[in-house]
Design a protein around this ligand. Structure first.
Ligand code: NAD
Length: 265
């Protein structure tokens, strides 16, 4: 058991909620934040039922001031410590790029890109003050190759990938680990009504608990991961195969495979 603290965005549902409960069962002190306060209230009951501490609060990750205030409050209530920040909140828009209204695409960019940027920027001083601190950014298998019918969503996850790689190098010497999780499609509200070429060809096989377990394993890194300084964590066999394949196949072949997977089924 641990007395470490974890701050999770988008914690009211899906992957964030399962992650909060998984860390609670390991004895972490939970900070659960979301725009869905009713969801946070039921989560708080479940976390307390497993005997862990929890703070909850409204947080729209696109609001940098609110993000900073919530992080400051959480760190202050843990003696200035912030052991783990999980930038999980995100939305997904599926469909033909030109048919998705621009305002909706801008909102997706605000949440998936600016939200993660706000989190990392506001959390820095707390992370730096905490030995062994970790940032977990939720990327996606859609950051392996641009995904048809998920064009701007997939592009936001390329940003998350790039930010993670860069901050890992910048912040590593300051004692802050920065890692990215790469799940393929997960059975949550996010994918409930999504039907694209790739969801149909690859299926939606992961559950939110699979991702939560992988996040915990990434935070509590194995000796091997420590030795190889692992930054990216593929979740599930499909993502592992795809990311390995894309690393060793020529660019033209990766494109052909992605085009094939995206065809209507
Ligand atoms: N579900 C998938 O297939 C899948 C696959 C790969 C990666 N991911 C990523 O995992 C993360 C979580 O996805 P999920 O499947 O659990 O989604 P979900 O829709 O089940 O839950 C997302 C949570 O984020 C919250 N949220 C939305 N906008 C917010 C905002 N502006 N500020 C704060 N909270 C906000 C929602 O209220 C909700 O509680 C996302 O970053 C997503 O891109 C999901």
């Amino acid at each position: 058991m641990t007395s470490r603290s974890v701050f999770i965005t988008g914690a009211a549902a899906g992957i964030g909620r399962h992650t909060a409960l998984t860390f609670a069962r390991k004895g972490y002190s939970i900070g659960a934040y979301d725009i869905d306060e009713a969801g946070l209230a039921t989560l708080a009951d479940e976390v307390k039922a497993v005997g862990a501490q929890i703070l909850t609060g409204h947080l729209d990750v696109t609001d940098a001031d609110e993000f900073s205030a919530r992080l400051d409050e959480f760190a202050a209530s843990h003696g200035g410590r912030l052991d783990v920040l999980i930038n999980n909140a995100g939305i997904l828009l599926a469909g033909a790029f030109e048919e998705i209204p621009l305002a909706a695409q801008h909102k997706q960019i605000d949440i998936n890109i600016k939200g993660v940027t706000n989190g990392c920027h506001s959390a820095y001083r707390h992370l730096k003050a905490t030995p062994g601190s970790v940032v977990v950014n939720i990327a996606s298998a859609s950051a392996i190759y641009g995904q048809a019918e998920l064009a701007s969503y997939s592009a936001t996850k390329f940003y998350v990938r790039g930010l993670t790689e860069a901050l890992d190098i910048e912040w590593g010497p300051q004692g802050i680990r920065v890692v990215a999780m790469w799940p393929l499609f997960v059975q949550t509200a996010m994918t409930a009504n999504v039907s694209t070429g790739t969801t149909n060809s690859l299926g939606i096989k992961l559950g939110p608990q699979d991702v939560a377990d992988a996040i915990l394993a990434a935070v509590e890194e194995s000796k091997v991961d420590k030795l190889i300084h692992r930054v990216h964590y593929a979740v599930g066999n499909q993502t592992r195969a795809m990311s390995l394949g894309s690393r060793f196949s020529p660019a033209w072949l990766t494109r052909v495979v992605n085009k094939k997977l995206a065809e209507p089924h």
